[in-house]
Design a protein around this ligand. Structure first.
Ligand SMILES: Cc1cc2nc3c(=O)[nH]c(=O)nc-3n(C[C@H](O)[C@H](O)[C@H](O)COP(=O)(O)OP(=O)(O)OC[C@H]3O[C@@H](n4cnc5c(N)ncnc54)[C@H](O)[C@@H]3O)c2cc1C
Length: 401
């Protein structure tokens, strides 16, 4: 694990003047970011259209990602991973924001909410069984909290886990589970004691192949193509006692911590997406001529570009603040929600401007901007909608009253 003093802002690599004072990249993380950038350009970008059209990630790309250790980013070195902390993870997320969103989500989910709980709360037995295989990408992970009647309000969960002898028996259903289609390891929230409310929700690590777990059909989505999203059904699903993750009743509390960190990483990815859109818009404005002038000479478009850059930088600063707060040992609830809220909403505006700057070309599949336009929409919905982020921020502001 790199320490906060030596690591890694997502931001230092391109904007040191702005971010250098907040968090610094260690040479190791800087080198890793460069390696990921090369990997994206050489391996992911050429396959991006294929991923988009086939709604799948080619096996050879998964094999290449395994080759550079992408699946083990956040898993401690003793279990075969790279052991990045939140700052390092965000540095990579910003890089990943510059490429195919489905691929970035696949890796980001596995190395984020699917892994964080096992790393933080797993017993030695659980860690030894799952983390080494997850670090190599042999086993993919996912995180299942949402249910048909429990989206923004996870306290309405109905999936139950009941103790029979020394084993747990799960019944219920989950929906919209990212990576479920390809996952082997499922972190699942279930009610173990309804009378205790959210303190009666526990987390379990469930393996594909446990009797009573069924994974449903991959959903067809607006964007995020290549990354599977599927429902799960538990029918008397038999779970061994050692697969309870952390203390009984601590599942929801842990889920909140996991989601808090997840929100920061989404904000970092959004900053990367904005950066790429700005880069592409500058290229297009310099290249395209209309009315005898380059687009870059029109003040209306220059101002659009200026607003895009300010939004990206503000997103990076809020993300850096959230990272720094959490790595200092504070919860960072407000900071993480503020970063996610701002970055995801700013991305919506930035991608809209990027389409506008590209004119008709922005609307065409071939330019790839419309793909980002669709992909960007999910960031305001999952891991807590924008409305829920506002609720969280307001609750933090008012909590002493
Ligand atoms: C592609 C995709 C991938 C996902 N991946 C995962 C995953 O891996 N694991 C997982 O567990 N879940 C996952 N989700 C679920 C996601 O987190 C939920 O969809 C999200 O939290 C919103 O819940 P909901 O869809 O039930 O919407 P609802 O909660 O029904 O919300 C509908 C609308 O009401 C608003 N609203 C609801 N409550 C309030 C309130 N209290 N105050 C103000 N407004 C409110 C919402 O903001 C929204 O605008 C995924 C979803 C999608 C679409």
């Amino acid at each position: 694990m790199f320490s906060v003093l030596s690591v890694a802002s997502a931001f230092g690599n391109r904007n040191e003047g702005v971010f250098g004072g907040i968090l610094k990249l260690s040479p190791e993380v800087r080198a890793l970011c460069e390696e990921v950038r090369r990997f994206i350009e050489k391996e992911v970008e050429p396959r991006s259209r294929w991923i988009e059209e086939h709604d799948a990630i080619p096996d050879e790309l998964v094999a290449k990602a395994r080759g550079i250790g992408l699946f083990g980013l956040t898993i401690p070195e003793e279990y075969g991973g790279i052991g990045l902390d939140l700052a390092g993870k965000c540095a990579i997320e910003e890089e990943m924001g510059r490429t195919n969103y489905g691929f970035a989500s696949f890796i980001g989910n596995h190395t984020g909410i699917a892994t964080t709980g096992i790393v933080a709360l797993g017993s030695a037995t659980l860690k030894r069984r799952y983390l080494p295989r997850m670090a190599t990408g042999e086993w993919i992970g996912c995180f299942a909290l949402t249910e048909p009647q429990a989206g923004s309000d996870p306290s309405a969960l109905r999936t139950t886990a009941v103790k029979k002898g020394d084993r747990w028996v799960l019944n219920g259903e989950k929906i919209y589970v990212t990576n479920a289609g390809v996952a082997r390891v499922f972190t699942v929230m279930a009610v173990t004691d309804r009378a205790k409310g959210i303190r009666g929700i526990s987390a379990f690590v469930i393996e594909r192949g446990f009797p009573g777990l069924a994974v449903g059909r991959n959903e067809l989505k607006m964007g995020m193509h290549g990354c599977t999203t599927a429902p799960l059904a538990f029918t008397d699903c038999d779970v061994p006692p050692e697969n309870l993750l952390g203390p009984e009743g601590m599942g929801y509390v842990q889920a909140l911590k996991t989601l808090t960190m997840g929100r920061v990483t989404i904000a970092a990815r959004c900053a990367g997406m904005m950066d790429k859109l700005i880069e592409r818009s500058i290229e297009y404005m310099r290249m395209r001529t209309q009315g005898g002038r380059r687009l870059s000479e029109y003040q209306g478009l220059q101002w659009m570009l200026a607003d895009m850059a300010v939004a990206r930088d503000a997103a990076r600063l809020l993300t850096a603040r959230a990272i720094e707060t959490i790595l200092r040992g504070e919860r960072g609830t407000l900071e993480a929600s503020a970063a996610k809220l701002y970055a995801t909403e700013a991305l919506g505006k930035v991608v809209d401007s990027a389409v506008q700057i590209h004119g008709g070309m922005g609307y065409m599949r071939e330019a790839g901007i419309e793909t980002t336009y669709r992909d960007a929409r999910i960031t305001r919905i999952y891991e807590g909608t924008s409305e829920i982020q506002r609720n969280i921020i307001a609750a933090q502001l008012l909590k002493d009253e």
